[in-house]
Design a protein around this ligand. Structure first.
Ligand code: HEC
Length: 102
């Protein structure tokens, strides 16, 4: 029991925060974002567009909100991603920018 507890603690602290998208594939998510999402954000926010995720008044505050926003943008451009693709993208954006724990 103690070892199990320790193991969970290790999992949570190993990358500095609890990852709400642990099972998703962040690398696959990055490929999807690079291909489909950057140009438009870059147009309105400059650079590589990533400032949209780190701006002071960013919209996304929770992992649920992140998935919802990904779904919005994804629907807007008609990509019809599957849920696992949305979660892969959420995992990538969370690991790289948001670092949300819940
Ligand atoms: C046609 C333009 C366009 C494309 C393509 C686009 N987005 Fe967006 N995205 C926006 C705009 C505009 C906003 C800001 C919305 C706002 O501020 O209300 C936004 C906001 C976001 C945010 C929230 C940022 C914050 O404030 O925390 C996320 C996450 C996001 N987009 C993900 C994606 C993903 C993933 C894709 C690829 C499927 C994508 N977007 C493609 C226009 C786009």
């Amino acid at each position: 029991m103690k070892t199990l507890l320790l193991f969970c603690l290790l999992l949570i602290t190993s990358n500095g925060y609890a990852d709400p998208f642990q099972k998703a594939d962040a690398l696959a998510g990055k490929a999807l974002v690079d291909k489909n999402c950057i140009s438009c954000h870059a147009e309105s926010f400059g650079g590589d567009g990533s400032a949209i995720y780190t701006r002071e008044y960013r919209k996304v505050k929770t992992s649920k909100g992140l998935v919802a926003q990904i779904r919005n943008c994804n629907t807007m451009i008609g990509l019809k991603w599957f849920e696992d693709e949305e979660l892969n993208v959420a995992s990538y954006l969370n690991k790289t920018y948001y670092k949300l724990t819940e």
